[in-house]
Write a protein that binds this ligand. Sequence first.
Ligand code: URA
Length: 229
Amino acid sequence: MRLDKYLSQATGLPRSLIKRQIKCKNVEVNGQINQDQGYRVQADDEILLEGREILPPGPKYLMLNKPEGTVCATEDSEHPTVIDLLDLENIRNMHPAGRLDIDTTGLVLITDDGKWSHRVTSPKHRCDKVYFVTTADPIEESYIEQFANGIELRNEDQPTLPATLEIISDTEARVTLQEGRYHQVKRMFAAMGNKVIGLHREQIGSIVLDDELEPGEYRFLTAEEVASV
Ligand code: URA
């Protein structure tokens, strides 16, 4: 696709305005100013408009390593949101696929594709979410069976779906859930009389948090990762 058409479709700005931006040297392709409106954009080109990266038109899918202190929302009056961490231009409709608590860290998927995020979050789709958990008190072997059988949480009619608990050390475990009820992991441990003091999401379905990503960093998902959900 031509550079001017690509930028217009990706940003929603009129082609006339984009042409002016290109003429005024405000567009870079792969680190070089590009004043050729008819330049044919390649799939792996990095395109900047006024210094900000412009994502290709079409649905977008990212993974973020959520730091503590951010909220999984598109707007919040008190705290920075995961969307505020994205230094990208055309992110209309981008939203987190599911929520982590403000003090939970790790993998958050962000997209503007509502059907895809529904597949990630809906318990009907049985998409595994894997958490690394640190507790205040020792984790007992007996929890394994209770997690597998489902736990009655306070103020809920239905027990939790079967969950897998792998004990890693006295106070560390890996928990795999297929649903995402409010504060679910913390409430499951609370039902055992224990307290979660650290919670980090490592994986959603077959998408594993990239260990190159520092807290607050993100990257685009590969086509295979997108298709895996
Ligand atoms: N369970 C919790 O308790 N908190 C989270 O952030 C995610 C799962």
